[in-house]
Design a protein around this ligand. Structure first.
Ligand SMILES: Cc1cc2nc3c(=O)[nH]c(=O)nc-3n(C[C@H](O)[C@H](O)[C@H](O)COP(=O)(O)OP(=O)(O)OC[C@H]3O[C@@H](n4cnc5c(N)ncnc54)[C@H](O)[C@@H]3O)c2cc1C
Length: 808
């Protein structure tokens, strides 16, 4: 489709692969017609034309799985709207496990699928052999079947999106490479192409294999990396020629293979153990409908396993080998959304499974652009989950790691090794010397727990209780009975100053702002009344406020604040890298603090939620009386260069008070027995504050704040689900997230977080269930690895329900 380029459009999308075309379609479907897609060559000219076309729903994130289900279910509709065949073969597919861990993994997936409305079910190995006679079932322990799985024609799908968009008024232009993108003073973009310049209010980079190059046209370095990938197609196989129906497709995790029928042969793909990044320095501008030189030696060990498990393969000749590049983000999930610090610039890049994901990506991006927020929590895909730490080199290392691990289990307690120590704090070496097992969040290393020695500082990846269990119990006991110290460098700090700061924050936060020297909890909502943050706000002066929140979400919140910031009166900065610090918690915390600060820390003088600037351990600090442990506690923030000195002062002062360092695992256990939710888990944009039980942090009388009207409506109409705490009756296993919750044998909800509350010696799950069941003592069952465990709802925290210790 080529017409003369318009001078001005509302949206210009760069890239006519499956992702760009899906965005075009979804924007048009939502009523935005003034949208053009600009394609360098012909549609599908990047990765899209040579994909294997296999489609499935399983993904690392439940919302992504749900969106993959949406993508697959969209295909018949797309065909109808466009008149273009998408070549949809709805064969169904199975996921094969040949190790007990993988079987556990599939059982978790089955549980997840229940509440996502996906229809996965375990089938027997006899059924596998009957449905797919070429597979030798003796290698497997179990199989999960999904009727949605199958395959499509990649080119057909891409054109179907574009043609359907055209029927609704959107347009695309081929042979129109974008050469320059330049922002105008009014925030719009001048997009210079080989055939003219368009001014676009909003720009979308969906340039797939060239995402990096197109990003650089706007001064943006995206941490994505194309990777080489092989699949091969066999000659006809007699058994397939004679079969009455098409074979289902499948994934065999342990042999790292995906396979499906292709005509009368098989298509077989694998993610080789040693990933091969392609064109690290940049994708050539003239790379077109080309394939790369096959390197079968790289995949031969995987093929040997395939030949054993699907013996007919060994007899079949290879008809075709495809080695093509496609782009990965550092964690393998798409990167979508408005880019932080770059007005009116959106991305939809790093989509490595475009034919499973592009529908969901297009839907979310379009709704985000048109309505101001996506339909579901898209954190797993949000471009803001990476910050400045995610450099080009970081992107290449992590993308390669993710590629190689594509079919490996990443355990909930596992921390991946590539690109570690990207960001460290001043006490990193001290923590490691003390036996810290380190994790990473937003690029920054932090202690998860402390082993009894540096030599034993290793956590075995597992879906069940890990070797950290006993040590974490000790850390929890130290906090509850004596005093613990934890590093708090990985929280975010957002600094607001100026005469307009108060009025601005009043609009952004749901809580009444605290007076000078005090701190308050303050959720943030979207206009539709969804949770967008659970922050704390400290008033340092009438015109200076510091917000504390999730470290991982710091750029997401920065983007939010900058989007709403008035042109003058308020200065804002994401100051997270300026504030590192330590928190002390436990009955001896006050005594410890009194030894290292000059201010009076008596309970009636420095009260719960008080904040002051003082010196602690001889260094300048911001001191706050709060804790996430449910004990008397203090958070002490300082500039990073003072942190070592502060840590040493705390250690010296606490030596005779039973001071013990603790890590994130203990912190999560401590908060569980207080029934406190955590951001990205129990609190996230999938829920509103009434559902999450956060009404008490909202002040409807203070005047307008974002999300107020929507929340009032939610209050008036009532909500249909609630966040609850369950005590789960188990001996040796706990929930992690996403397990199904049953009531009277029906799946009615799901777990958002949980684990073992060590001090109360209880397995705990937090989750959402229908409001009518959210009653004290109500009985449920929680599904963990296909077993259903009895669970009882509690409405008071397990530990210190009155909060007397926190306020002591
Ligand atoms: C061997 C192989 C097998 C695969 N198998 C599967 C599978 O079975 N299932 C699955 O879901 N996915 C599979 N994929 C992945 C899938 O191909 C990608 O996820 C998908 O194609 C990405 O689409 P995209 O639109 O993001 O990028 P691309 O397809 O790369 O599209 C980007 C487009 O942008 C255009 N462009 C770039 N720069 C400019 C510019 N300056 N101006 C204008 N236009 C520009 C390009 O010409 C191109 O058409 C496979 C990939 C490979 C390589």
């Amino acid at each position: 489709m080529n017409k003369t380029l318009p001078n001005h459009v509302h949206v210009a999308i760069i890239g006519g692969g499956v992702v760009g075309c899906s965005i075009l379609f979804h924007l048009a479907q939502k009523g935005w017609k003034d949208v053009v897609l600009l394609e360098r060559a012909e549609l599908t000219s990047g990765s899209s034309w040579h994909a294997a076309g296999q489609i499935h729903t399983i993904s690392s994130d439940p919302n992504l799985s749900k969106l993959q289900g949406y993508t697959i279910n969209l295909y018949p509709e797309l065909e109808r709207l466009s008149g273009q065949s998408v070549g949809h073969h709805k064969t169904g597919g199975f996921y094969l496990a040949s190790s007990p861990e993988r079987l556990d993994f599939l059982k978790r997936e089955r549980s997840k699928a229940r509440y996502m409305g996906l229809d996965q079910e375990f089938i027997s190995l006899q059924e596998v052999a009957k449905m797919h006679p070429l597979i030798d079932p003796k290698y497997y322990l179990g199989a999960l079947y999904d009727p949605l799985d199958g395959h499509i024609d990649p080119s057909g799908v891409t054109y179907a999106y574009a043609k359907a968009a055209k029927t609704m008024g959107a347009t695309w232009h081929c042979q129109t490479p974008v050469l320059k993108t330049q922002q105008c003073p009014d925030g719009s973009w001048n997009v210079e192409t080989s055939t003219g310049t368009i001014n676009a209010q909003l720009l979308v980079n969906a340039a797939g294999l060239w995402a990096r190059e197109v990003g650089r046209l706007a001064g943006l370095e995206l941490p994505v990396q194309p990777m080489e990938h092989h699949y091969l197609i066999t000659e006809a196989i007699a058994e397939i020629e004679q079969a009455e129906s098409e074979l289902p497709c499948g994934i065999d995790y342990e042999s790292n293979l995906y396979f499906r029928q292709e005509h009368h042969g098989l298509l077989l793909g694998t993610y080789e153990p040693q990933a091969t990044p392609w064109m690290v320095s940049g994708t050539p501008p003239d790379f077109g409908h080309e394939l790369l030189e096959p390197a079968l030696d790289r995949v031969s060990s995987r093929l040997d396993i395939a030949f054993e498990r699907i013996p007919a393969l060994a007899r079949a000749g290879i008809k075709n080998v495809v080695n093509g590049p496609f782009t990965f983000s550092p964690d393998g999930n798409p990167m979508i959304g408005p880019v932080m610090g770059l007005k009116n610039y959106w991305v939809a890049v790093g989509v490595m499974a475009g034919f499973c994901q592009a529908g969901g990506v297009g839907l979310c991006l379009a709704e985000w652009m048109v309505e101001g927020e996506p339909p579901v929590d898209v954190w797993a895909m949000d471009v803001a989950r990476f910050g400045g730490f995610a450099t080009r080199e970081y992107g290449t290392l992590k993308a390669a790691e993710n590629y190689a691990r594509r079919f490996l289990i990443t355990y909930p307690n596992e921390e991946l090794p590539a690109a570690r120590k990207q960001k460290t704090t001043a006490i990193y070496d001290c923590l490691v010397d003390k036996g810290a097992v380190m994790g990473v969040s937003f690029g920054l290393e932090h202690a998860l727990w402390f082993a009894d020695s540096k030599q034993n500082a290793y956590e075995v990846p597992t879906l069940r209780r890990s070797n950290a269990f006993a040590q974490v119990a000790e850390e929890v006991t130290a906090v509850r009975e004596k005093v613990g110290v934890i590093e708090i460098a990985n929280f975010a700090q957002h600094k607001f100053t100026g005469p307009g700061a108060k009025a601005f924050l009043d609009k952004m936060l749901t809580a009444r702002l605290p007076p000078c020297g005090r701190l308050a909890l303050a959720p943030i909502l979207t206009p539709k009344g969804r949770l967008y943050g659970d922050l704390s706000v400290a008033c340092l002066a009438d015109d200076a406020f510091l917000l504390f929140g999730s470290g991982a979400a710091q750029e997401m919140h920065r983007r939010w604040f900058e989007q709403h910031l008035p042109t003058d009166g308020v200065t804002y900065r994401n100051a997270s890298d300026d504030y590192h610090g330590m928190a002390i918690s436990g009955p001896n915390a006050r005594r410890l603090l009194s030894r290292i600060t000059n201010i009076d820390v008596a309970g009636n003088v420095f009260r719960f939620c008080d904040v002051c600037q003082t010196s602690v351990g001889g260094i300048p600090a911001t001191l706050m009386r709060v804790s996430f442990s449910g004990e008397l506690g203090y958070e002490i923030y300082c500039a990073p260069h003072y942190q070592l000195k502060l840590f040493e002062a705390i250690e010296d002062a606490g030596a005779d008070l039973g001071l013990q360092p603790y890590g994130a695992r203990a912190m999560m256990s401590l908060r569980l027995e207080k029934s406190w939710g955590a951001w990205t888990l129990d609190y996230r944009p999938d829920f509103n504050p009434i559902e999450a039980g956060l009404e008490r942090f909202m002040d409807f009388d203070k005047g307008g704040f974002i999300g107020r009207e929507a929340t009032l409506k939610h209050q008036e109409n009532g909500v249909d689900k609630r966040l609850i705490t369950l005590l789960v009756d188990t001996n040796d296993v706990d929930v992690s997230t996403d397990e199904a919750i049953f009531h009277n044998a029906e799946c009615i909800g799901y777990v958002t977080s949980g684990g073992y509350a060590h001090y109360s010696k209880q397995s705990v799950a937090l989750g959402y269930v229908p409001t009518e069941f959210a009653l004290h003592g109500e009985k449920f069952e929680v599904e963990i690895f296909s077993e259903r465990y009895p669970a009882t709802l509690i409405t008071e925290p397990l530990y210190d329900p009155t909060g007397s210790r926190l306020r002591s």
